[in-house]
Design a protein around this ligand. Structure first.
Ligand SMILES: Cc1cc2nc3c(=O)[nH]c(=O)nc-3n(C[C@H](O)[C@H](O)[C@H](O)COP(=O)(O)OP(=O)(O)OC[C@H]3O[C@@H](n4cnc5c(N)ncnc54)[C@H](O)[C@@H]3O)c2cc1C
Length: 340
């Protein structure tokens, strides 16, 4: 059976933790394919007990230490792709180096993180591989004719379900914060193959200059013991004043926010929690009128205790909360503060 290939996410020579989530997602595909193959065997009597192996590609100038880390922690096979002249990531260099290598491996799936880096090179890689491509996968499930993949659409209020035609390689960008890495009780490390490729030739049309730090400073959020985070459910910009006073009733607290509030200019990006904001791990996280999108959850899932206040008890945040208070958020805050 064709392998499942994962492109590890490497930034500044370090492995980004989303790589473990890609391995978890590949294991979901592996398990579903095995289940389907077992069912076919039962139905047709043929011995089809084979299922895809997972191969992780680690690109970089010095990929061996990272490859060893992955192989020993997960037992998966790793291809360390040494690119001596790749001082820093560019989508062009990645596509030039990964394209021919992946073509050789002929995988059924290529898994990439749905991060700023993955979103940058994955679509172009899919074009080079003549592969189908699905961006932002947040669910994978079995279907009688293969696997179905979901991705959020319409500002995360709906999920689009896709069934790829068989016979084409499939590039998937996997939404962070969805597929949890499992402790796998590894008995043996996976194999490691080292391969060297020079990026470049006449095809390089851009050069990485530098990464400038943006002005956001999430320090206050990261240091807070309690975060009171406001979402679209607070209704109006003026209500943020009450949210602020509510937050001040807790010691060592800070105010967080979901992205729409930042996008509407109600609050600064310093306050945004989520994959494109801060990742926080306070003792207590109070989500006020926040639905619990995967992008928001990715930033606050390490909180010790989560309390959500939402008028809809079926909002996804409730299943990630230790306590879900079903109420109008501003009514709750005013009663808590004994305000009118
Ligand atoms: C590439 C990408 C990156 C993103 N990065 C981030 C990120 O870093 N952080 C982030 O937060 N989002 C991010 N998003 C946006 C994300 O998909 C969601 O759109 C966003 O998190 C939703 O914010 P929300 O929960 O405040 O709003 P909504 O989803 O609109 O939810 C509002 C919630 O409030 C509840 N509510 C409504 N009225 C009341 C009331 N009166 N009282 C109580 N509850 C009420 C509703 O039931 C609902 O659950 C990103 C999206 C993309 C595509």
């Amino acid at each position: 059976m064709k392998p499942l290939v994962i492109i590890a996410e490497v930034m500044d020579g370090s492995l980004r933790s989303v790589t473990w989530e890609l391995i978890a997602a590949a294991r979901v595909i592996q398990r579903l394919k095995k289940l389907q193959s077992d069912q076919r065997e039962e139905k047709e009597g043929a011995d089809q007990k084979n299922f895809p192996v997972i191969q992780v590609i680690v690109p970089g100038q010095n990929p061996m230490p990272l490859a060893e880390k992955i192989s020993s922690a997960t037992g998966t096979d790793v291809l360390a792709l040494k690119i001596p002249n790749l001082a820093a990531y560019t989508s062009e260099a990645y596509k030039n180096c990964l394209g021919p290598l992946i073509r050789e491996l002929a995988p059924s799936h290529i898994l990439v993180a749905h991060t700023s880096q993955g979103r940058d090179f994955a679509p172009g890689l899919a074009v080079r591989l003549r592969a189908a491509s699905i961006s932002g996968v947040n669910k994978i499930r079995s279907h009688e004719e293969g696997l179905l993949y979901s991705r959020p659409v319409l500002n995360n209020t709906r999920n689009m379900v896709l069934r790829p035609e068989p016979g084409f390689p499939l590039v998937l960008t996997i939404m962070p914060g969805i597929f949890s890495p499992q402790a796998s009780g590894v008995k043996h490390p996976g194999s490691i193959i080292l391969k060297e490729i020079f990026s470049g030739g006449g095809q390089v049309r851009m050069d990485h200059q530098k990464i400038l730090k943006n002005k956001s400073n999430h320090q206050k959020l990261k240091q807070a013991q309690t975060i009171v985070a406001a979402g679209r459910g607070v209704g109006e910009r003026s209500n943020l004043e009450s949210v602020l006073r509510f937050a001040e009733t807790f010691s060592a607290s800070a105010v967080g926010a979901s992205r729409p509030l930042v996008d509407m200019g109600w609050i600064g990006h310093d306050n945004q929690v989520g994959i494109t904001g801060a990742s926080v791990a306070p003792r207590l996280y109070i989500a006020c009128g926040i639905s619990g999108s995967s992008q928001h959850l990715a930033g606050m899932k390490e909180s010790d205790w989560v309390v959500s206040i939402n008028k809809n008890f079926q909002a996804p945040i409730c299943s990630h909360s230790d306590l879900c208070i079903t109420a109008d958020v501003m009514d709750f805050i005013h009663s808590f503060m004994e305000e009118d």
